[in-house]
Write a protein that binds this ligand. Sequence first.
Ligand code: GRF
Length: 212
Amino acid sequence: MPTQSDQPTKPIRLGVLISGSGRTLMNLHALISAGELPVRVAVVIASRHCKGEELAREAGLAVEVVPYRKAADVHQYSQRITALLDGASVDLVVMAGFLSLWHIPPPYEGRVINIHPALLPSFGGRGMYGHVVHEAVLAAGCKVSGCTVHFVTNEYDRGPIIVQRTAPVLEGDTPDSLAARVFQEELLAMPEAIRLFAQGRLRIEGQVVHVR
Ligand code: GRF
């Protein structure tokens, strides 16, 4: 996997992929608007009509909806996504609650990140998203959970880890209460990872991300 080049001062262009409520996207938008995150959202791609799409439009962001069912197969679907990202000259792709499959083409390797609501490599993989993750954490009796921002490879939830933040599991937690506590950490972890990428401080070596 290639490593990113040093571009500490250039404001990088994000492509944000969403499928749902858009909380992660809107958190980024708020930070960018407040001047706290030196990047810009070049394009938002939604895999379906969703709350996140509405919020992005209201915020004045460029939004494209690319429903999976309209594509012949995953390859055609992936080509459409890639074409939109190329068209917006995207430097970094952020998967922010994106539930469709995009086969990452070689030019984007090392330039796609995802946030997962657990401490990978535990509680990840196909089908592990949303409440299923928090239910599994509670069923396993974990005393701590958290979130992981990682580079995306074409293997589910297995890419090199950039940032992890923890949240305690408390007695009496439900999947909802745990998800809410973990999400508070997600609001910090994703911007932190983007900032590190934008500052050119990440170097991928095999499965390990070194932070300078
Ligand atoms: C979070 O659980 C995140 O970990 C996962 O998607 C959820 C956020 O979705 N990847 P959204 O930003 O509210 O759409």
